[in-house]
Design a protein around this ligand. Structure first.
Ligand code: UDX
Length: 448
């Protein structure tokens, strides 16, 4: 099939590449010329395991093309995928201006029947909006249909997720249109569900909201574990064995970040509000998530700076006795919002590091792939080339992202390099007993 993918962000680039790998002819379009130029030289704009190899292979085989020529791509394509960004506005509402601009572009060049597929995460009703924008702006008398086909891929495992999704959702206005999409996905051999367009749009938000709810739920339970002396690792294991619940997305820690969950949950709350439904449950999910960082910082302060009798003196915007980290050397392991990605969007590291800096700490940090991106957001810290360099002379190590390599460190060496053996583990990657036996002052989440 001839496919056009508009937008070469995470979703667009991975989707286009995977469709090409499945044997289709795909043109990926972006308005940013530098990005297209780089992609044409096989330079990836993101770090994603397996992506570069797959792009190269399909470019060589002449199934995958990158271009800024929207007209040519729209004219050739049978199916056009909209994969542009849908950032949040200040009030949580989804900003659809890129979707609108794209729909206008399609309208300008449409020259015959096309299926237009929304893959971007968009609020219920956006299918109607896209249809309207194209109807109002098209110059040709061409027919078209608008489909919702949400994407569920995760950063860090995007290729595997796109090639082997749990399900494929096709929200189509008619059976004939759905069948065309079924054909496209047939080789993947995964369950496909055909729904109306509204339901498909809602499935994406409901899925992300449910997963975020699981995370906030287990984080709340972790807080209660800390208060009562229960151990969140054992609690999670025990709860997860219930097949109705499962173990996935029950890792307590610093909460969820990234480019999807925070914005999508806010967007769903906003959509509900538009229909006068107060989605209190999801507001709590967001509130619990927001409190993760301050809770973690409190643990760090309490342990690193033993409480003194509190004088009523205020210095640098915070009260002494609350914990002053002036001059403490703190090593950070992990900067990206989760492992296997260089994405720093809504990464907990940014919030945590800024608070520590504000309290006078000196920060040394290491991440396997996100340092280049981190430098742009966190210019005032020292970047290291290994976890051991981070440990050298550190008063404490703070684990923010659970990269696999951190689980395999030589902890004896780490301890010997540190000034003081404090470890604050925001992702519970180590065994409490083992760490304490090794002589670490080890503090984690939901485990005493
Ligand atoms: C998510 C959805 O999983 C995916 O289906 C959708 O298409 C896009 O949004 P992504 O943001 O790439 O994917 O990452 P994900 O693996 O879902 O993790 C999201 C956040 O939740 C991360 O910050 C992660 O650290 C956190 N998380 C995840 C937890 O804190 N605990 C967990 O148990 C799982």
């Amino acid at each position: 099939m001839n496919i056009c993918v508009i937008g070469t962000g995470y979703v667009g680039l991975v989707t286009g590449t995977v469709f090409a790998d499945l044997g289709n002819e795909v043109i990926c379009i972006d308005k940013v010329k530098e990005k297209i130029d780089s992609l044409n030289k096989s330079i990836m704009p993101i770090y994603e395991p397996g992506l570069e190899e797959m792009v190269k292979r399909n470019v060589i085989d002449k199934r995958l093309f990158f271009s800024t020529d929207l007209q040519g791509a729209v004219e050739r394509a049978e199916i056009i995928f909209i994969c542009v960004g849908t950032p949040p506005k200040d009030n949580g509402e989804t900003d659809l201006s890129f979707v609108e601009e794209t729909a206008k572009g399609i309208a300008k060049y449409i020259n015959g029947y096309k299926i237009i597929v929304n893959k971007s995460t968009v609020p219920v009703g956006t299918g109607d909006f896209v249809r309207q924008v194209i109807e109002n702006n098209k110059t040709d008398n061409a027919n078209f249909d608008v489909v919702s086909n949400p994407e569920f891929l995760r950063e860090g495992s995007a290729i595997t997720d796109a090639l082997s999704p749990d399900r494929i959702i096709i929200g189509a206005p008619t059976k004939q249109v759905a069948v065309k999409l079924l054909e496209l996905y047939a080789t993947i051999g995964k369950p496909m569900l055909i729904t109306d367009v509204y339901s498909a749009e809602m499935i994406k938000y409901a899925s992300n909201a449910f997963l975020a709810m699981k995370i906030s739920f287990i984080n709340a339970i972790a807080d209660i574990c800390e208060l009562t002396g229960a151990n969140i690792t054992d609690v999670t294991k025990g709860v997860g064995y219930d097949s109705r619940i499962g173990h996935a997305f029950l890792n307590a820690g610093l909460g969820f970040g990234g480019s999807c969950f925070p914005k999508d949950i806010q967007s769903l709350v906003h959509t509900a509000e538009r229909f006068s439904y107060d989605f209190k449950l999801l507001k709590d999910v967001l509130d619990i998530n927001k409190e993760r960082v301050s809770h973690f910082i409190k643990i760090i302060r309490d342990k690193l700076v033993p409480a003194e009798p509190a004088p009523a003196v205020v210095s640098r915007g915070h009260k002494q006795g609350m914990g002053d980290l002036q001059g403490k050397v703190i090593g950070i392991l992990g900067l990206s919002f989760k492992p296997d990605t260089d994405d720093m969007r809504d990464a907990k590291s940014v919030e945590i590091i800024n608070i520590l800096l504000n309290e006078g700490a000196v920060i040394k940090a290491y991440d396997p792939v996100a340092i280049e991106n981190a430098r742009k957001i966190l210019p005032d810290i020292y970047y290291c080339t290994s976890p051991y360099e981070v440990a050298d002379g550190a008063d404490a190590i703070v684990i923010i992202t659970e990269w696999r390599e951190f689980k395999l460190l030589n902890m004896e060496r780490i301890k010997n390099l540190m000034s003081k053996p404090f470890i604050f583990d925001g992702r519970n990657i180590y065994d409490t007993e083992r760490m304490r036996k090794m002589g670490f002052e080890y503090y984690s989440i939901g485990r005493l």
